[in-house]
Design a protein around this ligand. Structure first.
Ligand SMILES: Nc1nc2c(ncn2[C@@H]2O[C@H](COP(=O)(O)OP(=O)(O)OP(=O)(O)O)[C@@H](O)[C@H]2O)c(=O)[nH]1
Ligand code: SF4
Ligand SMILES: [Mg+2]
Length: 443
């Protein structure tokens, strides 16, 4: 049975991978644009059964053997008014042994990504220590969560009900997975929680109005995927169309002609960060210009932590370590931005003795040893996941920048890149004034 369950979980993971590949191809809503609803609880709480009840069919393996789900299993659904959602079934938070602890760790990691948490707890049992720890974590995280009381076909345990009351977990739904009762009520409760989710801004929020023209500069170099555009470009085009704007897309090599042939000046030009300098040199100085990367830093998190981190670039310690974090495993090109261009600029513009390291996840890394983290545009992460990362870096006191901001700074173009976003100019002005007043250390 256990072997069968594990085989199924492996299959589920393959399906998740296929789903991600489809997402990149645009077949369904990308995972990074879906609200993640994570099901957590102790082993045998009925989490996988709840997934089946919610989908009204067998989408996850269920067994009386504790620890059946070993890795997160993901299933997508369109759930109004939340839109595309991804339900994530997880391993029990009371799993034991070395492997079990690793699974618990993975479950807590998945919570980082969650927009909403379903805390699944059997109503017929007293609370367990692992559940108490989980509830403390949920309360500290500030994420909206809902108590799902499974085994509603059985007599409630008075200790469980008292504990839920003491913890203030008053929004609960009772579910009887055995008879598939309660799924509709959970979906309705989730819909009510929709208003508590801070919506992710779209790329063009506050930048354009209906009737404006947006000019996008998209280099088609060896790093560009064959035959398609990348997610930030596609999302920006779609956002412009949703806002009834006209969109003009040009390669940087054709930009001069394209710009001159436009009948009216674009409200904003958005460029790939890697050709920022060239694009800036072609356009008139008063043409509002920014980068996809900066707009995505705002969309996937906040710009303020990055802007507050800028001073480290002017007083970087000799031999200081920089961690370059990329959120997905994409094919690396000979002149790769993360492994070649940014390290070169760091040594040229920040400090010649800078030590540069790379990772795809901050998990398992002692982040406090770094003087600076430079994160990619995080287009494959949810906003919740990126905000959780930024919060973690801030708690550790490690300055953080993203690719777009760093490249704009290194090319002396940061003030221009922020111009279309007046809400962030004060933060930049603070940095600029402090920099002008403080003597710079010699590199
Ligand atoms: N009577 C009753 N049985 C349930 C209910 N929910 C789940 N079960 C049973 O409880 C057992 C565990 O259910 P699962 O859904 O596999 O539990 P899980 O939380 O996913 O467990 P792990 O994957 O091991 O962490 C199975 O035998 C289910 O049939 C329920 O509401 N009522
Ligand atoms: S490395 Fe980052 S920015 Fe690049 S594709 Fe992956 S998630 Fe998106
Ligand atoms: Mg399970």
């Amino acid at each position: 049975m256990r072997q069968m369950a594990e085989n199924r979980v492996k299959q589920d993971l393959r399906e998740e991978k296929t789903q991600e590949l489809e997402d990149r191809g645009g077949v369904s809503a990308p995972l990074s644009l879906s609200q993640h609803i994570v099901l957590v609880g102790i082993r045998n709480a009925g989490k996988s059964s709840l997934l089946n009840t919610l989908f009204e069919k067998e989408v996850a393996i269920v067994s009386s053997q504790p620890g059946t789900t070993t890795d997160p299993v993901l299933r997508k659904m369109e759930l109004k008014p939340l839109g595309p959602v991804a339900f994530v079934d997880t391993a029990g938070v009371d799993d034991e042994g070395e492997l079990g602890k690793a699974r618990v760790h993975k479950t807590y990691q998945r919570l980082e990504n969650a927009s909403i948490v379903l805390f699944v707890t059997p109503i017929d049992q007293p609370p367990k220590q692992a559940e108490k720890k989980l509830v403390r974590f949920l309360k500290g995280s500030g994420k909206p969560y809902l108590g799902v009381l499974t085994f509603a076909d059985r007599q409630p345990h008075v200790e469980k009900l008292d504990w839920l009351k003491t913890e203030g977990i008053l929004t609960t739904v009772r579910v009887d997975n055995r008879n598939q009762k309660g799924g509709k009520e959970v979906r309705e409760a989730l819909a009510r929680l929709a208003s508590s989710i801070v919506p992710e801004p779209t790329p063009l929020d506050g930048l354009v109005k209906a009737g404006d023209t947006v000019l996008l500069v998209v280099p088609i170099d060896s790093a560009a995927p064959k035959g398609r555009l990348i997610l930030p470009q596609v999302e920006t085009i779609r956002d412009a169309l949703d806002r009834n704007c006209s969109v003009v897309v040009s390669k940087e090599s054709e930009l001069d002609d394209t710009y001159r042939n436009l009948r009216e000046r674009p409200k904003v030009v958005i460029t790939d960060s890697q050709v920022f300098r060239k694009v800036a040199s072609i356009l008139p100085l008063d043409q509002p210009l920014t980068s996809f990367s900066i707009l995505f830093a705002r969309k996937k998190g906040e710009l303020d932590p990055y802007l507050a981190s800028l001073p480290i670039l002017d007083r970087f310690p000799s031999g200081g370590r920089v961690l370059i974090l990329e959120a997905c495993s994409h094919h690396r090109q000979p002149d790769d931005i993360g492994t070649v261009k940014i390290p070169r600029l760091l040594r040229e513009r920040v400090h010649p003795n800078t030590v540069v390291e790379h990772a795809r996840s901050p998990e398992g890394i002692d982040l406090s040893q770094y003087s600076l983290i430079i994160h990619c545009a995080a287009c494959m992460l949810t906003r919740q996941a990126m905000l959780a990362r930024l919060y973690r870096f801030q708690q550790l006191g490690v300055p953080v920048l993203n690719y777009g901001l760093f490249l704009a700074w290194a090319n002396g173009l940061l003030p221009r890149a922020l111009e279309p976003l007046p809400e962030y100019q004060i933060s930049y002005a603070r940095y600029f004034i402090a920099r002008s007043l403080a003597p710079l250390p010699s590199v």
